[in-house]
Design a protein around this ligand. Structure first.
Ligand code: BTN
Length: 314
């Protein structure tokens, strides 16, 4: 990396020398190794493995997704923070990210273990224009975005367990929790919370059989910011397609290529009664199409239903 003078930085950023010096001090305090070479200027030797707003917002390459980042060292749940900030007027596409969560939430009232510094805990606020009954599609949009980002960055075989678990080697590497909020002015917003296991070296015994991390699968640790930025780029692309088309038709094929149980027998754990069938893929509403033994077709709406392979989790 080369050097850059104070004058160049001022011109590039359109701010005063004092501001540049203050910002450089702030970056150094956040772990950036910035050296001042007398007579030459500043040199960035290395940057920290951080998800700070500074790091993400300076590298983001999107129009709206993740353009504004709210970073927390520790919080109860980024989904709760995003919900609160939505009421304060936080913009569409803004992201809340934390290093650790003390009350991370999973689906179906479960908790989401959130050890410090090794994973991604992020929640994105969306203010869709389409009708509220279509909002559950956003979970699938995020699932495809995470799957694309991880496959592209690490060249690994990534799968989706309908509707929204991301798997590598048949173990869960990412979970998504989508929550919907109605506002007094009759608009609504959606918080899409994403937990990605990145650099964990292991998992508690209770989940060790079904959970994995990118580090475990790849053998090396990964830069979490790279993942967040890639997810944001894919999400913006797919969201815009869905918002324009009004359904998931533009994503059905790609989603189905990731679907772990496609054309395999699955067990549908419906609170109204379990049944088995052949998983055919999703439709343009994000429902899972299942063919029953008598050849009839049923559509599974996500809600409280789970789908399992016949022999276990996948
Ligand atoms: C699941 O059960 O699979 C969904 C897990 C979602 C976890 C993420 S971590 C970031 C965001 N904040 C939360 O409290 N939950 C979601």
């Amino acid at each position: 990396m080369g050097t850059v003078t104070l004058g160049e930085l001022c011109r590039e950023c359109g701010v005063s020398k004092e501001t540049v010096v203050r910002l450089i001090r702030q970056l150094v305090s956040e772990g950036y190794d910035i050296e001042l070479e007398p007579g030459k200027g500043y040199r960035l030797n290395s940057y920290p493995e951080t998800l700070s707003s500074c790091e993400l917002m300076s590298r983001i390459n999107t129009q709206w997704a993740g353009k504004r980042v709210y970073y927390r060292e520790e919080t109860e749940s980024t989904n709760e923070d995003a919900r609160f900030l939505a009421e304060e007027g936080m913009a569409h596409g803004s992201l809340v990210i934390a290093e650790t969560q003390t009350a991370g939430k999973g689906r179906k009232g479960r908790s989401w273990s959130s050890p410090k510094g090794s994973s991604i805990y992020m929640s994105m606020l969306l203010r869709p224009d389409f009708p509220v009954n279509k909002a559950s599609m956003l979970t699938l949009v995020m699932a495809v975005s995470v799957a694309d980002a991880l496959s592209q960055l690490y060249d690994m075989e990534v799968k989706i367990k309908w509707p929204n678990d991301i798997l590598i080697s048949k173990k869960k590497v990412c979970g998504i929790l989508t929550e919907l909020y109605n506002h007094p002015d009759h608009t609504y917003s959606v918080v899409v919370g994403v937990g990605i296991n990145v650099n964990q070296k292991g998992f508690p015994e209770e989940i060790a059989d079904i959970a994995t991390s990118i580090l475990i699968e790849k053998g090396d640790s990964c830069n979490r910011a790279d993942i967040v930025l890639a997810v944001m780029e894919y999400f913006e692309y797919y969201y815009d397609l869905v918002a324009e088309g009004g359904d998931l038709s533009a994503l059905v094929d790609i989603y189905d290529t990731y679907l772990i149980n496609r054309n395999e027998r699955v067990k549908v754990l419906d609170p109204a009664g379990e049944y088995e069938g052949l998983a055919k893929g999703i439709n343009d509403q994000g429902e899972l199409i299942v063919e029953l033994a008598d050849g009839s077709i049923t559509r599974v709406y996500s809600g409280e239903v789970s789908v399992r392979g016949i022999y276990g989790y996948t």
